[in-house]
Write a protein that binds this ligand. Structure first.
Ligand code: HEM
Ligand code: HEM
Length: 194
């Protein structure tokens, strides 16, 4: 029997792509497509061709340039919510339970890694619920104050995702090089249960 069933592997790699994509949209929003930087650039470049715009107008333009990119944050956000529902279904399969069984015989380190996975699932669930609530705040009738707090929390908890991703990738690479040979290729071809 394979350690990681085909659907689990597909779930893992789609999740990895979606989460890297979400982090990519945040990166662009905070750097190349930042409205603060671009509104200053627009004001300066337009004034060079004798078009004067106010700060507010430059902000509208800069946000309009950012908007099509940010749509991807929402699209990938829906995908993340669907992936989390899928993960709950996968929990009823052997692969879905694999990391959370017979923990008594595991080393402290392995227990911590697995506990870390449970934490990241909680974090991702929070990101999905808060993100969807911010996006649908009107339909949900949420107050302005609550939406602001949710935005702050969503942005704060984002740091946990930012820390998990490189730590996880480094972790599995180190495990592959030391005493868990094949850990990465198992997540590609499925491996075997013992
Ligand atoms: C954003 C990127 C990624 C996320 C969010 C992510 C998430 C996860 C999660 C939550 C698990 C635990 C699965 C379970 O519940 O049993 C897992 C396992 C695993 N991931 Fe990733 N992953 C990512 C990228 C990668 C990459 C790039 C690699 C390979 C270099 C990788 C290799 C693995 C392996 C080998 C396991 C199984 C580890 C084990 O046997 O316990 N992941 N991943
Ligand atoms: C791994 C998951 C996610 C990460 C790391 C993430 C990260 C972030 C960050 C850092 C911000 C603040 C951007 C800024 O103001 O500079 C943000 C805003 C936002 N995110 Fe997410 N997010 C995730 C999932 C989601 C999901 C599932 C949704 C739901 C569709 C979503 C919807 C939103 C919305 C609506 C905003 C507010 C944008 C605004 O202020 O206009 N996010 N996200």
């Amino acid at each position: 029997m394979k350690k990681w069933r085909f659907d689990f592997r597909i779930w893992h790699w789609i999740s990895a792509t979606v989460i890297l994509g979400l982090l990519g949209t945040v990166f662009l929003r905070k750097t190349f497509l930042s409205w603060r930087t671009n509104s200053e650039l627009l004001t300066q470049k337009l004034s060079e061709i004798n078009v004067e715009v106010t700060e507010a107008q430059a902000k509208v333009l800069a946000k309009a340039i950012r908007a099509p990119m940010w749509e991807w944050h929402i699209i990938l956000g829906y995908a993340l919510a669907a992936l989390l529902l899928w993960r709950i279904i996968l929990f009823f399969t052997q692969s879905g339970k694999e990391n959370y069984q017979n923990l008594k015989t595991e080393s402290i380190h392995k227990k911590m890694v697995k506990f870390g996975y449970l934490i990241i699932y909680t974090v991702l669930l929070f990101m999905a619920v808060s993100g969807l609530s911010i996006h649908f705040h009107e339909e949900l009738g949420l107050s302005k104050g609550l939406v602001e707090s949710l935005k702050e929390l969503h942005e704060l908890v984002y740091n946990a995702v930012l820390i998990f991703v490189p730590l996880h990738i480094m972790g599995v690479i180190i495990a592959e090089m030391r005493n868990d040979k094949g850990i990465i290729s198992d997540m590609i071809h499925g491996g075997s249960r013992d």
